[in-house]
Ligand binder design. Sequence first.
Ligand code: HEM
Length: 184
Amino acid sequence: MSEHSKSSWQIKGAAVLDELIALMGLTAEDARLLGALEATAAARGPQMADDFYGRLGAHAQAVEFIADKPMAGLHKTIIEWFTQLFCGKYDAQYAARRLRIGEVHVRIGLPVRYPLAMLDVILPHGVAIAETSSNPEAARRAFFKVLALDAAIFNQAYEDNQLAHLVEMVGGEMLARRLLTGQA
Ligand code: HEM
C-alpha cells in the first residue's frame, strides 16, 4: 500500500456493511432485539410515513422531487424501508438493498442533505418502538446503530457515484482520490 493509499478505499459495494458492523460493534444480540420489534415497526410505519411526507411536503425545494410521484407509492416504500430497519438480519443482501436505495436518490439528483436531514423524523419513531422492547435501553442503542449504518450506506452510494465519474474522467482511481483530497 502506497504512502497515500488507504485500506478503506479498497472496501467496495456491499462489503462496506461488514466493515461498518465491525466499526459500530453491532452484535447478534442487537440484531435479535431489533428483529423482535419488526411487527411493532410495521404497525407504526404509516404514522412515521405521515410525519415523513408532512415534513417534506412543507419544504418547497423537496417537493420538486416528489410532486409528480404517486403519494401512496412513496408511503409504501418508506414504510417498507422503516420496517426493514427491524428485520434482524443485517447481511450482504441487506447492504446491497440499502445501497440500491441510495442509488435511486442519486439518479433523481436529490441533494444528499435532504435524506440525511430526514433522519430527524425517523429517530423518535424508532425510539418509541425500542421503548416497547423487553430491553428498551439496549434496543434503543441497537436502533441508533442500524440507523447510523443506513445513513452511512446511503451516503456511500453518493460517494461511489461521484468517484466513479471522476475515475472515468481522469482515467484512474488513485488520481481521482488525489484530486478529491486536494493533492493533485
Ligand atoms: C431517510 C431518507 C429517505 C429514505 C429512507 C428514502 C427511502 C426511499 C425508498 C426505499 C425508495 C424506493 C427505492 C426503490 O425504488 O427501490 C425511495 C424512492 C424515492 N424517494 Fe426516497 N427516501 C428518503 C428521502 C427522500 C427525500 C428527502 C426525497 C425527496 C425530497 C425522496 C424522494 C424519493 C423519490 C422521488 C423516490 C422515487 C424515485 C423513483 O422511483 O423515481 N426520498 N425512497
